[in-house]
Design a protein around this ligand. Structure first.
Ligand SMILES: NC(=O)C1=CN([C@@H]2O[C@H](COP(=O)(O)OP(=O)(O)OC[C@H]3O[C@@H](n4cnc5c(N)ncnc54)[C@H](OP(=O)(O)O)[C@@H]3O)[C@@H](O)[C@H]2O)[C@H](O)CC1
Ligand SMILES: [K+]
Length: 490
């Protein structure tokens, strides 16, 4: 599991070491310089420009850059420094100067893009976690110019602590795209969550001996957490201790969604699946999945809406599920029936793709795509719900919980029916955790459970016969069972 902490949490954690005189900056600078030296060697061997430019801002991030220049000079690599602030880190500047590093002032450079374009490797030490608010001038303009130049040239950009401009806000987008980021102590949310995380390249955390305590701001759940957390059958289990899930999905217009969600729910291993949707869809399900029960009865979680267009029946069924005080996944058509937070009801889990999230909130899709975390948060607050925002990345928001994401998944998941499969897996997973909670066990937060289900869904791609190419949602549903089985291998 990868975690991200706010810049404030990182500052709090590093403070006692700084107070004790631990040379954190020198450690940081050394890590940067060692990686930069390796890139110099790689690029020299490839016969491409390996000249190093260190872009230095006015704070300690710039101090890291200046000390890294000092280290590189010590390695005999003759880096160049561009000072982009009138008050650079004094000790680092003195050290770089003392090591013979050539230092230029931004004010003396006519065309910064042309100047920087002469160097094949940039160390971006303009700003780190000390950014206060959105980037302002002159730094914003400088970053904008350099960001364009790096896309034009074959520059290798190594970000110091973060691409300057990215820190706590995953919605930040003005930064110099990095090939690699070496970050100190811990990731910040912008380095783990979209769209900012798309600008960081390969990221490495240099802990520097800084221990982060307390709840992270964001967590990324992967195969290890899936294997460790997914409820497994036990000797004394029966159907209800395994978890029973109710599915109301599919319609005359989209019958397949009902089959996919139901098949996926079965594959995720609950004690029983009750199909509680339209008669016409049930008639298609039973011959293919005779173990599915169509009689009403006790359930511990529900899914409603996949493959439907909403309307009074769905709205009534949603209200009925919620009145049973169980976790209810509202997908697709059911999202049109969700109203402001209705109290005294079961937990509501919304599973919109980014377009549906925009419709739910009455805003533009482009705005949601530019900052999915912000809008998922808005929906979570407005509807008192857990929101599983489905986009190129998965973002799961629940009030008072770390934001949950999963590692980058196959783009082939963006195919018809994949959302129905995820909805079925999610509801069946919640039912199994709910059964454990009924038995008095401690279970993780719903957003964590949803992250586990999303990771199971993503890992099922590898079990599709056509992987790693285009996949069928029906194969994906079958892959769920194989993926789950793979987590149980000794
Ligand atoms: N403390 C340590 O020994 C260690 C710190 N690490 C490194 O330090 C940075 C954090 O350094 P900090 O000095 O807090 O601030 P930064 O260098 O990240 O940023 C300050 C510079 O950014 C400019 N700034 C700030 N906000 C904005 C904004 N909204 N728009 C434009 N420019 C902004 C600021 O300019 P001013 O004119 O406002 O002064 C500064 O130029 C951390 O990221 C690490 O890299 C270590 O590595 C660990 C040890
Ligand atoms: K930086």
């Amino acid at each position: 599991m990868r975690t991200a902490y706010t810049s404030e949490a990182i500052r709090t954690a590093e403070a006692p070491l700084l107070a004790d005189g631990v040379p954190l900056m020198r450690r940081a600078a050394r890590a940067i310089a060692e990686r930069a030296a390796a890139v110099v060697s790689e690029r020299r061997a490839a016969g491409v420009n390996a000249e190093v430019l260190v872009l230095v801002g006015g704070g300690n991030n710039g101090g890291d850059g200046l000390w890294a220049a000092y280290e590189l000079a010590d390695f005999g690599l003759a880096p160049r420094v561009l000072l982009a602030h009138e008050h650079p880190h004094a000790e680092g500047l003195a050290a770089a100067r003392g090591a013979g590093v050539k230092i230029d002032q931004l004010a003396d450079v006519d065309d910064v893009a042309a100047y920087a374009g002469r160097f094949g490797i940039w160390l971006d030490a303009l700003a780190g976690i000390g950014l206060s608010g959105p980037l302002s001038e002159p730094l914003a303009g400088l970053i904008d110019a350099l960001a364009a130049e790096r896309e034009r040239a074959e520059t290798f950009v190594l970000a110091v602590d973060c691409p300057s401009g990215l820190s706590d806000d995953p919605g930040a987008s003005l930064a110099i795209r990095a090939d690699e980021t070496i970050t100190f102590a811990a990731l910040t949310p912008a380095l783990l969550l979209p769209p900012a995380c798309r600008l960081i390249g390969r990221v490495r955390v240099e802990n520097l001996g800084i221990e982060l305590v307390g709840a992270p701001a964001a967590i990324e759940l992967g195969a290890v957490e899936l294997r460790a957390s997914f409820p497994r059958a036990r000797h004394l289990d029966h159907k209800y201790t395994r978890g029973v899930v109710g599915i109301d999905a599919g319609s005359e217009t989209y019958p397949g969604a009902g089959l996919l969600a139901t098949r996926a729910a079965l594959a995720a291993g609950p004690g029983m699946v009750r199909f509680l949707g339209e008669e016409g869809v049930a008639r298609l399900i039973i011959p293919a999945m005779p173990e599915v029960v169509t009689a009403p009865g006790r359930i511990q979680a529900a899914l409603i809406g996949s493959g439907t267009e909403g309307g009074p029946r769905i709205a009534a069924a949603l209200a009925d599920f919620l009145a049973r005080d169980i976790p209810v996944v509202a997908d697709a058509g059911a999202l049109t029936c969700v109203s402001e937070a209705a109290r005294d009801r079961g937990a509501l889990i919304l599973t919109p793709h980014l377009g549906e999230l925009a419709t739910l909130l009455g805003c533009e899709r482009a705005d949601v795509e530019a900052d999915p975390v912000r809008y998922a948060r808005q929906a979570a607050e407005r509807f008192d719900a857990v929101v599983v925002a489905k986009g190129p990345e998965t973002v799961i928001v629940e009030a008072s919980e770390p934001i949950v994401t999963i590692p980058p998944a196959s783009p082939y998941l963006a195919t018809a029916g994949s959302g129905d499969v995820l909805a079925g897996v999610l509801a069946a997973t919640l039912a199994q955790f709910a059964a454990r909670a009924e038995a008095g066990e401690t279970v993780p937060a719903l957003s964590y459970q949803a992250g586990i289900a999303a990771q199971l869904h993503a890992s099922a791609v590898a079990h599709c016969p056509s992987a790693p190419g285009p996949i069928r949602a029906l194969d994906l549903a079958a892959g769920i069972a194989l993926a789950l089985g793979a987590t149980m291998e000794p």
